[in-house]
Design a protein around this ligand. Sequence first.
Ligand SMILES: [Zn+2]
Length: 206
Amino acid sequence: MNEWNIQSRSRACQACGKPFAGKQPFHTLLFEEKQQYHRLDICIGCWESQYREGASERKGFISQWHGLFQPPPPAPEEPIQKASAESLLRELLQTNDPQHGPVCYILAVMLERKRVLKVKEQLHRPEGRVFIYEHPPSGDLFTIADPNLRLDQLEEVQRNTAHLLAHGLNPPPAPISNVAAEPTPVAVAADAPPPPETEILGAQPS
Ligand SMILES: [Zn+2]
């Protein structure tokens, strides 16, 4: 099980705990533990005083880069249910199901071409390549393994991807209870905008 498929950007330095301000520079360090990758977002002060030493030898961490902190983006205006390559990728990664690996890879490549995702690191492992993608607006990191698709497998994976994009991962079954069938009042929805996407995702059962 890989609990590190999607990792959100921290809103505070994970070394000293000080909240990041808008546009504040920070460093992201990537650590590897038992073939899992996890990130640590730290402020410049902590980088200089505690981590920089290791940078030349890449001691302790396998990759690092710096960026400017951006406050989390406002909730998207489009309905969350609308299947997009990005929401589907997030959903599939959270299932932790290896059978979705090839589709995740195809979606990540699609999103990279659309400049929605950026490759931050490419790791060469005995099992194959692993890509660390960043979603710049949210700062989320996605860990995607290269499934090493053969040409004769590619067509089927592309078909599966198109099917999932059109129909979603788990099409909702017909509502069986009154609660589920009740529509959400429009006034309530307008008064209470949905929380940022990361919080919605965090609240989902894994
Ligand atoms: Zn700090």
